[in-house]
Write a protein that binds this ligand. Structure first.
Ligand SMILES: [Fe+2]
Length: 227
Protein backbone atom coordinates (compact mmCIF):
# COMPACT_ATOMS: atom_id res chain seq x y z
CA UNK A 1 0.00 0.00 0.00
CA UNK A 2 1.19 3.50 -0.83
CA UNK A 3 0.39 6.01 1.90
CA UNK A 4 0.09 9.35 0.06
CA UNK A 5 -0.32 11.61 3.11
CA UNK A 6 1.90 11.26 6.14
CA UNK A 7 3.65 13.55 8.62
CA UNK A 8 6.28 10.92 9.39
CA UNK A 9 9.21 13.21 8.56
CA UNK A 10 10.84 14.23 11.82
CA UNK A 11 11.07 17.64 13.45
CA UNK A 12 9.55 19.64 10.63
CA UNK A 13 5.88 20.19 11.57
CA UNK A 14 3.33 18.88 14.09
CA UNK A 15 4.02 15.27 13.02
CA UNK A 16 6.95 13.13 14.16
CA UNK A 17 9.01 15.08 16.68
CA UNK A 18 12.26 13.11 16.40
CA UNK A 19 14.33 10.81 14.16
CA UNK A 20 13.66 7.96 16.62
CA UNK A 21 9.92 8.55 16.51
CA UNK A 22 10.02 8.44 12.68
CA UNK A 23 11.80 5.07 12.87
CA UNK A 24 9.14 3.73 15.25
CA UNK A 25 6.46 4.94 12.82
CA UNK A 26 8.25 3.22 9.93
CA UNK A 27 8.33 -0.05 11.87
CA UNK A 28 4.59 0.21 12.60
CA UNK A 29 3.85 1.20 8.99
CA UNK A 30 5.60 -1.92 7.70
CA UNK A 31 3.44 -4.05 10.01
CA UNK A 32 0.40 -2.21 8.60
CA UNK A 33 1.37 -3.36 5.10
CA UNK A 34 2.66 0.01 3.90
CA UNK A 35 5.30 -0.31 1.16
CA UNK A 36 5.70 3.35 0.18
CA UNK A 37 5.12 6.62 1.98
CA UNK A 38 4.83 10.07 0.47
CA UNK A 39 6.13 12.39 3.17
CA UNK A 40 3.84 15.40 3.16
CA UNK A 41 4.72 17.86 5.94
CA UNK A 42 2.79 21.11 6.20
CA UNK A 43 4.23 23.69 3.84
CA UNK A 44 6.36 26.54 5.11
CA UNK A 45 8.89 28.76 3.40
CA UNK A 46 12.18 26.99 2.58
CA UNK A 47 10.74 23.57 3.35
CA UNK A 48 11.74 21.91 0.05
CA UNK A 49 15.45 21.76 0.96
CA UNK A 50 14.70 20.60 4.50
CA UNK A 51 12.47 17.78 3.19
CA UNK A 52 15.19 16.56 0.81
CA UNK A 53 17.89 16.67 3.47
CA UNK A 54 15.79 14.77 6.05
CA UNK A 55 14.48 12.20 3.58
CA UNK A 56 18.03 11.28 2.62
CA UNK A 57 18.85 10.66 6.31
CA UNK A 58 15.72 8.58 6.83
CA UNK A 59 15.85 6.60 3.59
CA UNK A 60 18.36 3.91 4.75
CA UNK A 61 16.25 3.27 7.88
CA UNK A 62 13.08 3.01 5.78
CA UNK A 63 14.81 0.49 3.48
CA UNK A 64 15.32 -1.80 6.49
CA UNK A 65 11.53 -1.90 6.83
CA UNK A 66 11.12 -2.36 3.05
CA UNK A 67 9.49 1.05 2.74
CA UNK A 68 10.26 3.45 -0.09
CA UNK A 69 10.06 7.15 0.74
CA UNK A 70 8.93 9.94 -1.57
CA UNK A 71 8.96 13.67 -1.04
CA UNK A 72 5.77 15.68 -0.91
CA UNK A 73 4.04 18.47 0.92
CA UNK A 74 0.63 19.51 2.25
CA UNK A 75 -0.37 23.05 1.38
CA UNK A 76 -2.84 25.10 3.34
CA UNK A 77 -5.13 26.68 0.79
CA UNK A 78 -3.87 30.17 1.71
CA UNK A 79 -0.35 29.25 0.57
CA UNK A 80 -1.39 28.55 -3.00
CA UNK A 81 -1.68 32.18 -4.01
CA UNK A 82 1.87 32.97 -2.91
CA UNK A 83 3.85 30.40 -4.92
CA UNK A 84 5.42 30.33 -8.37
CA UNK A 85 5.60 26.55 -8.37
CA UNK A 86 4.38 23.79 -6.07
CA UNK A 87 6.01 20.79 -4.40
CA UNK A 88 4.39 17.69 -5.89
CA UNK A 89 3.61 14.28 -4.40
CA UNK A 90 6.43 11.98 -5.39
CA UNK A 91 8.26 14.58 -7.44
CA UNK A 92 7.83 13.05 -10.87
CA UNK A 93 4.21 14.04 -11.42
CA UNK A 94 2.15 17.19 -11.04
CA UNK A 95 -0.09 16.13 -8.14
CA UNK A 96 -0.31 18.49 -5.18
CA UNK A 97 -2.01 17.97 -1.82
CA UNK A 98 -4.13 20.85 -0.56
CA UNK A 99 -5.91 21.28 2.77
CA UNK A 100 -8.73 23.80 2.33
CA UNK A 101 -8.66 24.63 6.06
CA UNK A 102 -12.02 26.43 5.78
CA UNK A 103 -15.46 24.77 5.74
CA UNK A 104 -16.58 26.42 2.50
CA UNK A 105 -15.42 26.73 -1.09
CA UNK A 106 -15.66 30.23 -2.52
CA UNK A 107 -15.49 31.33 -6.16
CA UNK A 108 -12.09 32.86 -5.43
CA UNK A 109 -10.94 29.44 -4.17
CA UNK A 110 -12.27 27.66 -7.22
CA UNK A 111 -10.57 30.13 -9.56
CA UNK A 112 -7.29 29.63 -7.74
CA UNK A 113 -7.54 25.85 -8.10
CA UNK A 114 -8.43 26.10 -11.78
CA UNK A 115 -5.54 28.52 -12.30
CA UNK A 116 -3.08 25.91 -10.96
CA UNK A 117 -4.76 23.26 -13.10
CA UNK A 118 -4.20 25.44 -16.16
CA UNK A 119 -0.46 25.30 -15.32
CA UNK A 120 -0.63 21.49 -15.47
CA UNK A 121 -0.98 20.75 -11.75
CA UNK A 122 -3.45 18.15 -10.50
CA UNK A 123 -5.10 18.95 -7.20
CA UNK A 124 -5.83 16.43 -4.45
CA UNK A 125 -7.91 17.85 -1.62
CA UNK A 126 -6.87 16.47 1.77
CA UNK A 127 -9.55 15.08 4.09
CA UNK A 128 -12.59 17.00 2.75
CA UNK A 129 -14.79 14.89 5.03
CA UNK A 130 -13.39 16.83 7.99
CA UNK A 131 -14.34 20.22 6.53
CA UNK A 132 -17.49 19.85 4.50
CA UNK A 133 -21.00 18.46 4.95
CA UNK A 134 -23.84 17.11 2.85
CA UNK A 135 -24.89 20.64 1.75
CA UNK A 136 -21.54 20.86 -0.03
CA UNK A 137 -22.06 17.68 -2.07
CA UNK A 138 -23.06 19.54 -5.28
CA UNK A 139 -19.90 21.66 -5.28
CA UNK A 140 -17.74 18.64 -4.35
CA UNK A 141 -19.29 16.76 -7.27
CA UNK A 142 -18.48 19.73 -9.56
CA UNK A 143 -14.88 19.63 -8.34
CA UNK A 144 -14.62 15.88 -9.04
CA UNK A 145 -16.09 16.47 -12.50
CA UNK A 146 -13.36 19.09 -12.99
CA UNK A 147 -10.68 16.43 -12.26
CA UNK A 148 -10.01 17.44 -8.69
CA UNK A 149 -9.34 14.45 -6.44
CA UNK A 150 -10.29 13.69 -2.85
CA UNK A 151 -8.14 11.96 -0.24
CA UNK A 152 -10.00 10.83 2.86
CA UNK A 153 -8.32 9.96 6.16
CA UNK A 154 -8.32 6.39 7.46
CA UNK A 155 -8.97 7.82 10.92
CA UNK A 156 -12.27 9.30 9.76
CA UNK A 157 -13.71 5.79 9.44
CA UNK A 158 -12.81 4.80 12.99
CA UNK A 159 -14.34 7.99 14.35
CA UNK A 160 -11.15 9.92 15.17
CA UNK A 161 -12.86 13.21 14.27
CA UNK A 162 -16.33 12.43 15.56
CA UNK A 163 -19.49 10.78 14.31
CA UNK A 164 -20.46 13.56 11.89
CA UNK A 165 -17.15 13.27 10.02
CA UNK A 166 -17.43 9.48 10.03
CA UNK A 167 -20.90 9.66 8.52
CA UNK A 168 -19.85 12.18 5.85
CA UNK A 169 -16.80 10.10 4.91
CA UNK A 170 -19.15 7.20 4.18
CA UNK A 171 -21.46 9.51 2.21
CA UNK A 172 -18.53 10.71 0.10
CA UNK A 173 -17.69 7.11 -0.81
CA UNK A 174 -21.32 6.35 -1.70
CA UNK A 175 -21.39 9.44 -3.94
CA UNK A 176 -18.18 8.43 -5.73
CA UNK A 177 -16.18 11.25 -4.13
CA UNK A 178 -13.24 9.30 -2.73
CA UNK A 179 -10.11 8.64 -4.78
CA UNK A 180 -7.59 7.87 -2.03
CA UNK A 181 -7.53 6.93 1.64
CA UNK A 182 -4.33 7.74 3.51
CA UNK A 183 -3.12 7.78 7.09
CA UNK A 184 -2.40 11.52 7.56
CA UNK A 185 -0.23 10.00 10.30
CA UNK A 186 1.13 12.42 12.88
CA UNK A 187 2.34 9.82 15.39
CA UNK A 188 2.71 6.11 16.05
CA UNK A 189 -0.97 5.64 16.88
CA UNK A 190 -1.91 6.44 13.28
CA UNK A 191 -0.02 3.37 12.01
CA UNK A 192 -0.68 0.91 14.83
CA UNK A 193 -3.16 -1.24 12.94
CA UNK A 194 -5.24 1.66 11.66
CA UNK A 195 -4.67 1.03 7.94
CA UNK A 196 -5.40 -2.74 7.96
CA UNK A 197 -8.59 -2.24 9.95
CA UNK A 198 -9.68 0.59 7.64
CA UNK A 199 -8.96 -1.56 4.56
CA UNK A 200 -10.98 -4.40 6.06
CA UNK A 201 -13.87 -2.05 6.78
CA UNK A 202 -13.81 -0.55 3.27
CA UNK A 203 -13.59 -4.00 1.62
CA UNK A 204 -16.49 -5.32 3.69
CA UNK A 205 -18.79 -2.35 2.98
CA UNK A 206 -17.78 -1.26 -0.52
CA UNK A 207 -16.16 -4.34 -2.06
CA UNK A 208 -12.61 -5.55 -2.54
CA UNK A 209 -12.25 -3.98 -6.01
CA UNK A 210 -12.98 -0.52 -4.61
CA UNK A 211 -10.68 -1.13 -1.65
CA UNK A 212 -7.84 -2.16 -3.98
CA UNK A 213 -8.42 0.88 -6.18
CA UNK A 214 -8.30 3.33 -3.31
CA UNK A 215 -5.33 1.88 -1.42
CA UNK A 216 -3.24 0.38 -4.24
CA UNK A 217 -4.13 1.23 -7.83
CA UNK A 218 -4.93 4.95 -7.61
CA UNK A 219 -1.83 5.83 -5.54
CA UNK A 220 0.34 3.79 -7.93
CA UNK A 221 -1.12 5.53 -10.97
CA UNK A 222 -0.82 8.90 -9.27
CA UNK A 223 2.87 8.34 -8.47
CA UNK A 224 3.46 7.34 -12.09
CA UNK A 225 1.56 10.43 -13.26
CA UNK A 226 -0.99 8.25 -15.02
CA UNK A 227 -4.19 8.87 -13.08
FE1 LIG B 1 -1.93 16.28 6.96
Amino acid sequence: MIDIHSHLLYDIDDGSQSFESSIAMLEAAEKDGVSSIILSPHFSSGIAEEIQEKIEKLRPKAAKFNIELFSGCEYDFSHLSMQDELITLGGKNKFVLVDFCLPFISHIALNLLFNWQSKGYKIIIAHPERLFCKDDLPVLKDLADANIYFQLNAGSFRGDYGRKVRRFAKTMIKKGLCHFIASDAHSLKDYNGQIPSCRKYIARHYGTDFEKNIFEDNPQKMLAGKL
